[in-house]
Design a binder for this molecule. Structure first.
Ligand code: IPM
Ligand code: MG
Length: 398
């Protein structure tokens, strides 16, 4: 099962499932895997990888987006490292099998109820954000998106043909238990950060949002140290671009979180920068079981060209180390290595497109960006062992 046996028999070995997926998924996940394997060599742990097909590639190979036996492999692992899925060949609204269904099934079957989407802005990229630098430079927020309920899973969800024409229904359904567990996680995360929680809803219109708000108020007394605010999703979408630095942790239902997290990614300068963790309740021997993926999709238009930004995937690998393996040391080293690579001037095309080619920067492809992070990781470790601070790679800017 392992293509890459443990590197250090004395050290820890982690069991990870690798899902390259569709489009740019295999490219970004290859870069991400190399970073995690390099981290294993440096920190002395092994990774036993089990690679599976999910998405359009699985529909082609097996006729289904994800097989039951592959769900079992994921469920038995310490964590899942996921590229991206989605393929325009299946985007016909009448298509019976779509790659996205596989992702939704994985989230639901593995009970990954909370999706953490941290949004930070790398100082050196602050000028590349379409939002003014002064507004984005202090952004450090965390979107906590409920992931296994709401409109994505409510039944009925169907089109009906009636004598008066077609009609359609989707259902926004939540139990109070589903709301409470994700809201509590939001409070917990806020407690460990700047102690501010924004609960996002549409309580002026939706019954589901009114229960959401009620449950948030019921949980609040358990967290007297956390400042709570309720915001309506429409106004909140506006504040996310006009005053993004005011937010700390934001908790919301599934569809609101899908929309606001793509919006928030603009702050970071590129969708290619944002990682995510989808966490369940199950504990493994090292931490919480979870699935880690960039928030971007499979970008079929640029697949196979080695131009996709792998940093969101690499940063998702850092989240995997932190949440599922309890390796904060490794997570921080990977995050620092990403900053070093950017500060040294390495830019994938999406980052160059944002500001144009600046002096001191070097346009690189997906794998070269992965290499830059691997090099920074090794360099940092050497520097740390030598008692010095890590410098830049090539004497680039800052
Ligand atoms: C995301 C994606 C997915 C979602 C799609 C691919 C089903 O947009 O993870 O945000 O809507 O949840
Ligand atoms: Mg989305």
């Amino acid at each position: 099962m392992s293509e890459n046996p443990p590197v250090d028999a004395k050290g820890q070995t982690y069991n990870l499932v690798l899902v390259p997926g569709d489009g740019i998924g295999p490219e970004v996940i290859a870069a991400g895997r190399r970073v995690l394997d390099a981290a294993g060599h440096i920190f002395g742990f092994g990774i036993d990888w089990t690679e599976i097909l999910v998405g359009g590639v699985a529909i082609d190979a097996y006729g289904t987006g994800v097989r039951d036996e592959d769900l079992d492999k994921m469920a038995a692992s310490d964590a899942v490292y996921f590229g991206a899925i989605g393929d325009p060949r299946f985007s016909d609204p009448k298509a019976k099998v779509r790659p996205e269904q596989a992702l939704l099934r994985i989230r639901k079957d593995l009970a990954l109820y909370a999706n953490l989407r941290p949004v930070t802005v790398q100082p050196i990229l602050a000028a590349s954000s379409p939002v003014r630098e002064s507004l984005v430079k202090d952004v450090d927020l965390m979107i906590v998106r409920e992931l296994t309920g709401g409109l994505y899973f409510g039944k009925p969800s169907e089109t009906r043909v009636t004598p008066n024409g077609r009609e359609v229904v989707d259902t926004l359904f939540y139990t109070e238990h589903e709301i409470r567990r994700v809201v509590k996680l939001g409070f917990e995360l806020a407690r460990g950060r700047r102690k501010k929680l924004t609960s996002v809803d549409k309580a002026n219109v939706l019954e589901s949002s009114r229960l959401w708000r009620t449950v948030v108020e019921e949980v609040k007394p358990e967290y007297p140290d956390v400042e709570l605010e309720h915001r309506l999703v429409d106004a909140c979408a506006m504040s996310l671009v006009t005053k993004p630095a005011q937010f700390d942790v934001m908790v919301m239902e599934n569809l609101f979180g899908d929309i606001l997290s793509d919006e928030a990614s603009v702050l970071a300068g590129s969708l290619g920068m944002l990682p995510s963790a989808s966490l369940g309740e199950r504990r493994t021997s090292h931490g919480l079981f979870g699935l880690y993926e960039p928030i971007h999709g499979s970008a079929p238009d640029i697949a196979g060209m080695d131009i996709a930004n792998p940093l969101a995937t690499i940063l998702s690998g850092a989240m995997l180390m932190r949440w599922s393996l309890g390796r904060t040391d490794v997570a921080e080293a990977i995050e620092a290595a990403v900053t070093v690579a950017l500060d040294a001037g390495y830019r994938t095309p999406d980052l160059v497109a944002a500001v144009g080619e600046e002096p001191g920067t070097k346009k690189v492809g997906t794998q070269a960006m992965g290499d830059a992070v691997v090099a920074a990781l090794s360099h940092e470790r050497v520097a740390a062992e030598g008692g010095e601070r890590a410098g830049t790679l090539t004497g680039g800017r800052r």
